[in-house]
Design a protein around this ligand. Structure first.
Ligand code: 2AM
Ligand code: CA
Length: 264
């Protein structure tokens, strides 16, 4: 039976696992074996696979009946999203990892019937830990985090370049130009799960990207919602886990300001 106690125990277990998995990321040696996925911009290393294997093996030992949707799996589109599901991005910010920028995260979400109810995002380089349980708020390094009402004019807008998709380059350039003149400044940090958590913790006033995958946002979307923020696709639809999608996020003011700029 899936109860609050069950979710709290699961949260504690996931936190323990991401911290252990973080050691694999931080201690990675320089001998990276880098493979292309969609194209030469979309990359994976042996460490993405090692972290994913570690998380899947550990979670499935304790929760053998829960399914997995994970970035380095080959079953996207085939996974049954109903019931209990772990959604994993073993290294979000793989390009940052390859280039030793020390700005990547491990993201583990637990979803029930297509909705995240437990979410954890952990940056092993600076030990930033973000988590939430549905209905119980969002926490950043152990403290509750609540979004403020800062306009994009007063804050930084994070964005992603969706650089793996040639057909989105023009759109990305156009949105960048429009947003840049309307906000304090912009940042492209390279890991969507952290970007979205930065909105939840008021480091960014808003964030958007023209195309992301479910494992990029599954955990962070709960963390943002539980902090009082908003996350949808560019058309205002709730995000789902069955497809890649545009993503726009913000607080109760900045979300609408940014979404309007992306619509125009
Ligand atoms: P990754 O580092 O785990 O690959 C940066 O633009 C964001 O897009 C990152 O969170 C990155 O995640 C994600 N990303 C990388 N390749 C992608 C792809 N093919 N489709 C959607 N998102 C992707
Ligand atoms: Ca990844």
């Amino acid at each position: 039976m899936e109860t609050l106690t069950y979710r709290k125990k699961l949260l504690a277990f996931i936190i323990k696992l991401v911290k252990k998995a973080g050691k694999i990321v931080v201690n990675a040696n320089t001998d990276l074996s880098i493979d292309e996925k969609l194209n030469f911009k979309d990359l994976v290393t042996q460490y993405d696979k090692a972290v994913q294997d570690y998380l899947e093996n550990s979670l499935s030992k304790k929760y053998p009946f829960v399914k997995f949707l994970a970035e380095e799996g080959d079953d996207f589109g085939k996974v049954d999203l109903s019931g209990e599901l772990f959604i994993i991005d073993p290294i979000d910010g793989t390009s940052n990892f390859i280039n030793k920028l020390n700005a990547s995260a491990i993201s583990v979400a637990y979803a029930v019937d297509g909705e995240t109810v437990v979410g954890v995002v952990y940056n092993p380089f600076n030990k930033d830990l973000f988590y939430a349980i549905k209905g119980f708020g969002a926490f950043y390094n152990g403290k509750k985090t609540v979004v403020n009402e800062r306009s994009i004019k007063e804050g930084l807008v994070g964005f992603g370049t969706a650089v793996y998709y040639d057909e989105l380059i023009e759109k990305t350039k156009q949105t960048f130009s429009k947003v840049l003149v309307n906000c304090n400044d912009m940042r492209r940090l390279g890991g969507a799960s952290l970007d979205i958590c930065y909105v939840a913790t008021n480091k960014f006033s808003a964030f958007y990207e023209c195309r992301l995958a479910p494992w990029d946002y599954a955990s962070a979307m709960l963390i943002l919602k539980e902090s009082g923020g908003i996350i949808t696709d560019f058309d205002g639809n709730e995000l789902t886990f069955d497809k890649k999608t545009s993503v726009v996020t913000g607080n109760q003011k900045s979300y609408y300001e940014l979404k309007k700029l992306l619509d125009d």
